[in-house]
Structure formats: C-alpha cells, structure tokens
Ligand binder design. Structure first.
Ligand SMILES: Cc1cc2nc3c(=O)[nH]c(=O)nc-3n(C[C@H](O)[C@H](O)[C@H](O)COP(=O)(O)OP(=O)(O)OC[C@H]3O[C@@H](n4cnc5c(N)ncnc54)[C@H](O)[C@@H]3O)c2cc1C
Length: 503
C-alpha cells in the first residue's frame, strides 16, 4: 500500500449500492487508502425526505429532484416512444429510493451464470455472501440466513397488509398455490410475504447499513457532487491510472492501485464508452479514442413489469402504512424452458393510484441494448429494452395473464371489486409493460474467450489492467428476483477477493 501522495489504492466511482459496500469493506483494511466518488449529494439518513424514510415507494422525480438522474431514457418496446428511465443519485444510489423488495436469485440463475462463463459463481459459492450482507429479522437462526449483517431484512405481518394483498392471497391459496414463509429460503416458491430492507418501519439504504459505521475511518474519503467523466490510462496503454472529473480535475491511483466502476447498470457502461472501451462503432460515432474494443451495452437483460389496474376503490385496496405490496406469488411457468421461478405475480394496494395486480417476468429471453448517443457525462445512453419481442416471453406473459384472470374472478376479489375486471389482450400488453429499472448484463461477466464478455469472473475489464466494474451491470443475466441483494452479494464477494490479494 502507498501513501496518498502517490495516489489512491482504490478509486470507487459511484457511491450507490455496490459502491457503498465496496468502500466500507475495502477500508476495513486500514492500510488501504480508499476514495469514493459520487455524482449526487451525500444525504444522511435522518435528512432524507419523508417519502424515502418509511415503507412507501415514491417515483415522482420532480418531488425530490436531487435523488434522481433526469437525463436517462428507455424504450420499452420497438413500437413505443422512449420514456424517462429511473436511476437513483447520491450516496446510497438507487437504494435510497427503490421499492425496498429484497429477494435473492435462485439456484437456477447461478447454474445459468456458470454456463454463461461466470466460473466460480454457482449458487453454493455465492450463498455465504448473501448471508454475510443481511440481518434477517424473521429467520436469524436459519442456516441460510445472516444475523447481524449490515442490511436488515423484514417481512410485514399480515395485520399490516392492504386490501389487495388479502384478496390476492386468499384467491391464490384457494386456487391451490402453496405458501412459503420465506422467499429467500433456497428452493422457495409459491406465495410468500415480500422481504424488504426495513428496520422498525424505516428504510435502511445500503449506505446507512454499510457507510454510516465506516465514516470515521481516516483511510476512507467520500467526495459527493463530483461527476466522473472518464477513466484515464497510461499514455498509449491499457493500464488505468486514475479518473478525470467533468470539470477537468485528474485523480490518480497509486502504483498498482485500481479504479472500480460502480455507477450502475446504465451509467457504468457509459463511463466505459467515454473512456474508450466499447464497440468500435460506438466509439467512432462519438469520436472517442479507442482503448479496447469490447461489446459494452450489447446484451442488456431486464424484467418486464406488466401493470393491470382493476376497478377497486382505493380505500378497499389500501394498506395501513401505504406499502404498495406485501405478498408475492412466484412460480415456474414450465414454458419455453424458462426454469425455476421465472414468473412473479403481485397485488397492488394502490401504488400510482392504480390498485390491481401486476405480472413481473423474472426471466426474460428478449435482449435489449444500450445506444450511446452523447459524450456528455450527464446524458446517459438510451436503453432499447425490446421487452416481449421474443416469442417465448409473449407466451409466458399470456400464461401469466390467464392466471391473473383466474385470480381476479375468484370471490375473494369480487369482495373488493366495484365492477367487472377488464384485462388487456396479449397484443395490448406492450402498452401495459414498464421497465423495472433492473437493467443488467450491460458489462457482461463471462469467459474471456466469449465474444459477448466485457469483464472476467473477477470483474476485471478485459484487455486492461487496474480496472474493474463491480455493480448491477456485470450480471451474466439479471437474476429471478429484484436485483439489489444480488448486487450487494457481488460487491461483498469481490471486496473479500480484493482484500485477500490487495492492490
Ligand atoms: C425506481 C427503482 C426501483 C427499484 N426497486 C428495487 C427493489 O425494490 N428491489 C431491488 O432489489 N431492486 C430495486 N431496484 C434496483 C436496485 O435499486 C439496484 O439493483 C441497485 O441499486 C443497483 O446498485 P448499483 O450499485 O449497481 O447502482 P446504484 O445503486 O444506482 O448506484 C450507482 C451510483 O453511481 C452514481 N454515478 C453514476 N454515474 C456517475 C458518475 N459519472 N460519477 C459519479 N457517480 C456516478 C449514481 O449517482 C449512483 O449513486 C430499483 C431501481 C429503481 C430505479
């Protein structure tokens, strides 16, 4: 390890979910000098707006503009126009503003990751880090759960559920869906309470759990409101030597130090491209000098989210604490070889003023891509999500729609419906489908000899030295669950690897 005048041992770009874990864990080694750079503000937990402190989920980007990136766009389906795409901004990143859902990937995800070239990332190999990151408040002594870790995991008791939760649960149980108390138990499927990162009714953002206890360390520096423009390389070479901020300031790494990008599923790829790492066409189009030719942003995976509003009076759907959903039904469709828990259906207690039911396709075959349109570090790429373009995704969406039809025609729903439910046809689904903001696989981890790989299984950017990407973008495929816990698992595991072979 070197002193600060020779540069930083680790420069971490992005103080969101992954960046908070990495900064906290890497600075546990008191001889490593760690710098965390974040574009947004550094808001401490007690100063966060009320809507980001409790159980609610507030997507209004104008209400609290500092907490969001405002320039990102996504096109859900080729037949539709681009719309705003959300990503959190500021220390804590998207974990400050997300929906709080806390679900692990399933064994089948990691079988696929290994088959896609992510050697060493099988379920049994990653489970210890899912355990390490959590403080499971409901199952602290289960062998597959953690006790005392930085992120609390909590499930709302039934007396706090909303009207749509109860109708959904009662209808599904009566139709024969099995109940499992714990979504995150290996092999769990069926109906379960949603796990959330909440303690005593309050959101615990990743930065609260990880960075707050680490802030006093003299070897950890947090700089907020600094926009990183690009990674810098040794002249004519491929060794990362630091970063350059949008205002022109250069920050060096120490000899042998590392730059780690943790800017998330759309902004880490954009940083790579601005740094000269991307497909030759993208770089040429933007007039960026070429460092390494890699397929950045080409293999995008995302979860289609289909919103099905029903004529339920808001007061009949609502939950006591404004929580939009407390129960989930995960199932394996058995269609088109999609594997375990490829589908999820959830009730909606009135989120967005649209009580009803939603279908979440947790395994999608359709692949999208990022289109890099600007060198401006504030601009971000356009995400062409191409949802439901693969026939197998349409098949499973149609099957999900049939299941919803059975549920909402059950007498449990009849008790809260004010009118007959009307569901869309399969052809109307693209217009009812939304991004989940779970964009992954844009910096795909895999085998170095696979043409679609950008980082190796140690998250090193191929063809470079001293540069890694450790965040949501590296997943070989987005997992069958809301991705936050998997992002933390990746960051925890990589931090341990880095600590055992320090820069
Ligand atoms: C609206 C919404 C709701 C979601 N709900 C859920 C949920 O309920 N459950 C779940 O599991 N997942 C959810 N997710 C996804 C989840 O939050 C992500 O999995 C997780 O936050 C990704 O972590 P990350 O570290 O990769 O990126 P982020 O947490 O987004 O962090 C990236 C950070 O990098 C910073 N950054 C970016 N570019 C630069 C730059 N050039 N210079 C400096 N800093 C930069 C950003 O400001 C940000 O703070 C949701 C996402 C969204 C957008």
């Amino acid at each position: 390890m070197t002193d600060l005048f020779g540069g930083w041992d680790y420069i971490i770009v992005g103080g969101g979910a992954a960046g908070s874990v990495l900064a906290a864990r890497l600075s546990e080694n008191s001889s490593a000098n760690v710098l965390l750079l974040e574009a947004g503000k550094d808001t401490r937990p007690e100063n966060r707006p009320a809507n980001f402190r409790g159980r609610r989920f507030d997507l209004d980007m104008n209400a609290h503009p500092d907490f969001w990136w405002h320039s990102l766009r996504a096109r859900v389906h080729p037949s539709l126009d681009p719309i705003p795409f959300q990503a959190g901004r500021g220390i804590g990143g998207t974990s400050q503003v997300n929906g709080l859902f806390s679900i692990r990937g399933v064994r089948n995800d990691f079988d696929r990751w290994v088959a896609l070239g992510a050697e060493g990332w099988s379920f049994d190999e990653v489970l210890p880090w899912y355990i390490k990151l959590e403080d499971d408040l409901d199952f602290p002594d289960a062998p597959h759960h953690g006790k005392g870790g930085p992120l609390p995991i909590f499930r709302e008791p039934r007396e706090h559920w909303g009207g749509a939760d109860h109708a959904f649960h009662d209808a599904a149980r009566d139709l024969g869906v099995v109940w499992h108390d714990d979504t995150n138990a290996p092999g769990a499927t069926g109906l379960s309470p949603f796990a959330m990162h909440i303690r005593a009714g309050k959101r615990v953002a990743v930065s609260d759990g990880y960075l707050e206890p680490a802030r006093g360390r003299t070897n950890l520096t947090i700089r907020s409101e600094v926009l990183v423009d690009r990674v810098t390389f040794a002249p004519g070479g491929t060794r990362a030597v630091g970063v350059e901020l949008a205002g022109g300031e250069s920050i060096p790494v120490a000899a042998g130090g590392e730059v780690i990008l943790a800017a998330g599923g759309t902004l880490s790829p954009a940083l790579l491209v601005r740094s000269g790492i991307g497909s030759g066409d993208d770089l040429a189009h933007l007039g960026i000098d070429h460092v390494v030719d890699l397929p950045v942003g080409q293999e995008l995976t995302e979860h289609p989210f289909i919103v099905l509003p029903l004529p339920i009076p808001l007061e009949k759907a609502a939950s006591p604490f404004g929580r939009p959903v407390n129960v989930t039904w995960r199932y394996s469709s058995g269609l088109a070889g999609a594997g375990d828990n490829d589908m999820m259906i959830i009730p909606n207690n009135g989120w967005l003023g649209l009580p009803g039911v939603c279908i979440w396709q947790m395994h999608a075959v359709s692949r999208g891509k990022l289109v890099f349109t600007s060198r401006d570090p504030l601009a971000g790429p356009l995400a062409e999500l191409r949802m439901l373009t693969d026939e197998s995704d349409r098949l499973r969406a149609r099957d999900g729609l049939e299941k919803v039809g059975e549920l909402v025609n059950h007498r449990a729903f009849k008790n809260i419906l004010a009118d007959s439910p009307a569901l869309p046809t399969i052809d109307q689904l693209p217009a009812a489908t939304f991004a989940s903001h779970h964009v992954a696989t844009t910096v795909r981890m895999g085998s170095p000899d696979d043409a679609t790989t950008v980082v190796d299984p140690d998250c090193r950017v191929l063809g470079t030295e001293g540069l890694r990407v450790i965040d949501q973008s590296v997943m070989p495929e987005v997992v069958r669950g809301n991705p936050l816990l998997t992002v933390l698992m990746i960051a925890e595991r990589m931090a341990d690897r880095l600590k055992s072979s320090p820069a």
